[in-house]
Ligand binder design. Structure first.
Ligand SMILES: NC(=O)c1ccc[n+]([C@@H]2O[C@H](COP(=O)([O-])OP(=O)(O)OC[C@H]3O[C@@H](n4cnc5c(N)ncnc54)[C@H](OP(=O)(O)O)[C@@H]3O)[C@@H](O)[C@H]2O)c1
Length: 252
């Protein structure tokens, strides 16, 4: 089976590092043209675009800001042409212990929601509006095992935001399936990235290893092929589905 994404434009948010970077590389190897989104790491994004080729381009936006979510999609379609697949991958995991002073806790909660959920909702809205005027499109939202299993008390907002992403994706699949729009959730467990490193620094890597069936932690490259498969159209009848990539957490 060969995944062919030639002549597909794919927006990957948070592509400068970690899982988003691995997804972009893999999609690029399958022939896709990437809109490589980044926030702060411009150099890494530019280097990735050069490596991926296929006339891929970089786009900056701080997804905490709704206005930047709106303009991101416009700018991409102006410079790259119609987006066929949206991969909402950018995210933050902000440690927010319950004993933080109330106002600080609320700030962390809201920041998490803005990046992990509101921006995903806004980019889905922008994509759906455009997909409806064409022959449809695909949306792949990166949630987390935390949406289903919950997280530690330090990451309540994170787990809640990812639960929101799952409900949002399922709603899109239900509402727009007959209009040619497919929406999928990919839900990783621990993946070795900067985000997970913060957790390992606090709780230790052993805790993650003890949680899974496989002997080693998931790497970003282990997540990317599933996204390419879903982007390709070969799994369209799985719309509304969640694809767990968590090294066997649920059977351990
Ligand atoms: N790693 C895990 O264990 C794990 C597990 C389950 C789910 N996930 C999910 O997988 C996705 C990718 O995670 P990762 O581990 O690859 O994270 P990561 O290594 O920390 O990278 C995060 C990416 O998101 C971007 N980003 C962060 N804040 C942003 C903002 N305000 N505006 C725009 N972009 C922003 C970053 O852009 P810049 O670097 O350019 O600033 C970066 O490209 C996230 O949705 C995460 O929740 C991760």
């Amino acid at each position: 089976m060969k995944i062919n994404l030639i002549s597909m434009n794919v927006l990957v948010t948070g592509a400068s590092r970690g899982i988003g970077r691995a997804i972009s590389q893999y999609l690029g190897e399958a022939g896709a043209t990437l809109a490589i989104h980044y926030n702060k790491n411009q150099e890494a994004a530019v280097e990735l675009a050069r490596m991926v080729g296929n006339a891929s381009k970089v786009f900056q936006a701080n997804l905490e800001n709704p206005e930047e979510c709106f303009t991101l999609f416009e700018e991409i379609e102006e410079k790259l042409g119609p987006v066929h697949v949206l991969v909402n991958n950018a995210g933050v995991a902000i440690k927010s212990p319950l004993d933080l002073p109330g106002q600080d806790w609320v700030e962390q909660w809201e920041r998490t929601m803005r990046v992990n959920l509101t921006s995903v909702g806004l980019l889905c809205k922008a994509a759906v509006e455009r997909f409806l005027t064409r022959s449809g499109g695909r949306i792949i939202n990166i949630a987390s095992r935390a949406a289903f299993r919950g997280d530690t008390s330090d990451y309540l907002a994170y787990a809640a935001s990812k639960g929101g992403v799952v409900a949002l994706t399922r709603s899109l699949a239900r509402a727009y399936g007959k209009k040619g729009i497919k929406a999928f959730v990919v839900a990783p467990g621990f993946v070795r990235t900067d985000m997970a490193q913060e957790f390992f620094d606090t709780y230790g890597e052993e805790i993650a290893l003890n949680d899974i069936a496989l002997p080693e932690l998931t790497e970003p490259d282990d997540v990317a092929p599933m996204v390419a498969f879903l982007a390709s159209g070969m799994a369209d009848h799985a719309t509304g589905g969640t694809f767990d990539i968590n090294a066997g957490s649920y059977v351990h």
